[in-house]
Design a protein around this ligand. Sequence first.
Ligand code: FAD
Length: 856
Amino acid sequence: MVADQTSDRRSRVYKTTLAVNEALLLGSVRQHELTEAAESLNAQLQAEISERKRAEDALRASELSYRRLFEAAKDGILILDADTGRITDVNPFLVELLGYSRDEMVGKTVGELSPFNDLESNQIKLERLQMEGYVRYDNLPLKTKDRRRIAVEFVSNVYQAGDKKVIQCNIRDITERKRTEEQLKTSFKEISDLKFAVDEHAIVAITDPEGKIIYVNDKFCSISHYSRQELLGQDHRIVNSGYHPKEFIRDLWTTITRGKVWKGEIRNKAKDGSFYWLDTTIVPFLDDLGQPRQYVAIRTDITARKQMELALRESEERFRTMANSITQLAWIARADGFIFWYNQRWYKYTGTTPEQMEGWGWQSVHDPAVLPKVLENWKAAIATGKPFEMEFPLRRADGQFHSFLASAQPLKDSEGRVVQWFGTNTDVEALKQAEAAIREKEERLRFLNDLAEATRTLADPAQIMTVMARMLGERLRASRCAYADVEKDAEQFTILHDYTDGCASSVGNYKLSLFGARAEATLHHGQTLVIRSVEAELVPGEGADMFKAIGIQAIITCPLVKFGALRALMAVNQTTPRDWKPDEIAIVQAVAECCWATIERRTAEEKIRRLNEELEQRVAARTAQLQAANEELEAFSYSVSHDLRAPLRHVMGFVNLLQKDAGPSLSEQNLRQLTIISQSAKRMGNLIDDLLEFSRVGRATVQTANVNLDELVQETLGDFQAETKGRDIAWTLPPLPAVRADRALLRLVLVNLISNALKFTGRRAQAKIEIGCLPGNGSETVIFIRDNGAGFDPHYAGKLFGVFQRLHSQDEFEGTGIGLANVQRIIQRHGGRVWAEGVVDGGATFYFSIARQMEA
Ligand code: FAD
């Protein structure tokens, strides 16, 4: 019974030991658990030893059972004679452990046994074993026969076996346990180093299974701005930013509560309200039942990266918006040329989808004839990293090709490696067409210029038509080219000359209707008739027969409808079918207009030239007639004036004689009448003098010379001394310029104007007369004579200079009315003008100008 109990206990102990060993071996038990296990083991061992003592008698009695136990034990057992210290028994386990046979050990003392050799003297003293009854070594090094070093737990007990005292030494190999302990220690060191490293690097928090924070490192406090005290005992709601949706948090929890690691990026809110981003890994630590006993969150601060990502996203968004709004097609390719993005305009233009275009799909919208060159250039750009530029056609959604100018720039990283290509394709179709149109227009203008030059000296319309038809025919390499005049009835037309090349001449007169209703209607409507193939385009009756008869297969006929009627035609013919190009049609139209305009202009010029010639002849004849009449008139007025003098002299002479001889006998009235006759005759004499002067002035030749006006004025004033004597006259005479004029005639002008000024200021207490010069306008010199005399009604200023024109009565102021007419005639013969300003009773100013070319 006792033996069974002991065996049970041993087996329990043994199992426990095995468990401990397994735990140690597995290395997954924490140190304190190991220690507890070891202590428990020790306690159990102690209990077992005590129990064994108490059961010594029973053991002895159950030798057999003991023996079996002894033999089967998994610890080494050494039995010594307590008195001699010699080994009396060794169990098989020890034999196995130490490598010595039972015989090698039995009969020897422990000290004589080589495994204990080194130590025995120091540690396992027999006296001690004997005296103390119990000795324990927890870590006793031993050497096996094959010289392995092992560590054992050595426990010895002295007990009475019957009449004998025996010492039983239990020797347990703890080499493996020791090694596991060492490993554990190392592991712990490593773990604590690791924790330190993690704490140094990461933001760490540990929570209990409910999420209550039980540990935070400094970095957590630093980034959250919360103190450790504020954080411990809280859950992470304290830093929750409200940014993430419920599903996000639910996923976190679902993952970790299932014992799985959760990874994600969390945006948190610090105590100061700022936000920060954490790259987070939450690791659940599980208990023996596989349930999370705590969660460890390890994170790194990715705020900067997130901000950069955000900025990048915004910038990309901006870029895409911009790229979608530009008028070009735009695309982005990887460094290897794989295009991964196109703007919307690309898809709209090509009518394709992103799936069709991705990568190298763009080839499908290229012209197969040009594609090989495009591929070659694009691949060369990719290989060299140099910008790509090329012009090529791209197919539009409707199947039409447009020319595009493509340009791709490589985007390089800091080390100069191409990371992306950014390309644009600009539609240059309209530009190319415009350029071609300009080129065509320029060529047309050049040709029209050549036409103008070639016909510049031609006046004969027939010649003009011939030259133009020839030049146009040559330029178009046409078989025939002719300009035809359409008769007034718009039915007939005549070709006077034509240009032909390998084709019969069409000179002659034709009926328009012969060419069919279609041609007739088109031309009458002013539209150009274009036939590329008479065979293909005209049915019989539409003029096909006529065209064929004159050997024509292709036609451009441009009508000129002027003043509402068909007036002319420019026709270009080809003996073979011909695909007339728009610019060829345009040039025929331009030449037709040019030919018409040139003929019209030349005809008009010719008419004007003839009219001019006629006019000149008529003017010359009239001038000659006029001159003759003038001369006759001059001669007549001269002789009349002359001839009138003689009878006048007689009248005056006989009046004087009558006064003298019959004066005393005559009545008062007769005497007054005689005086009137005398005065009238005198006035008539003056009149005749003035008329003679006027006539002389008209006939006299103007002999210009430099005239010093100051001198001339002084000289003229000298002539008026007698008349001015006793009068109060304030003269204003600023310096005058020199002029180029006939001195004598100019003196006559001054005499007339000064005498008028003196005459019309005669009733002024003080006369004021100024002779000056106006600031010039460059082309003439203007002299004026101003007075403060009687003036005149400005309404009649224009009449002042006519012969016999007087604004004042003879009674008021004397005069013949010829002076100012003389002034005007003289000044006009100098190429100048005269005019006057005046106010009744407010004085008058007379101006005359002398043209500068007449001046010195
Ligand atoms: P709630 O409305 O509270 O929860 C949303 C859903 O999540 C719930 O409907 C439920 O399905 C699930 N859920 C919530 N709490 C639990 C729970 N205790 N157990 C099981 N399921 C639950 N949150 C942060 O905002 N920032 C952090 O940095 C952060 N770090 C964490 C680190 C660890 C180790 C752990 C364990 C949790 C962490 N959390 C963090 C989560 C935090 O504890 C709160 O659950 C969260 O902040 C609550 O957010 P809410 O109010 O939006 O969601």
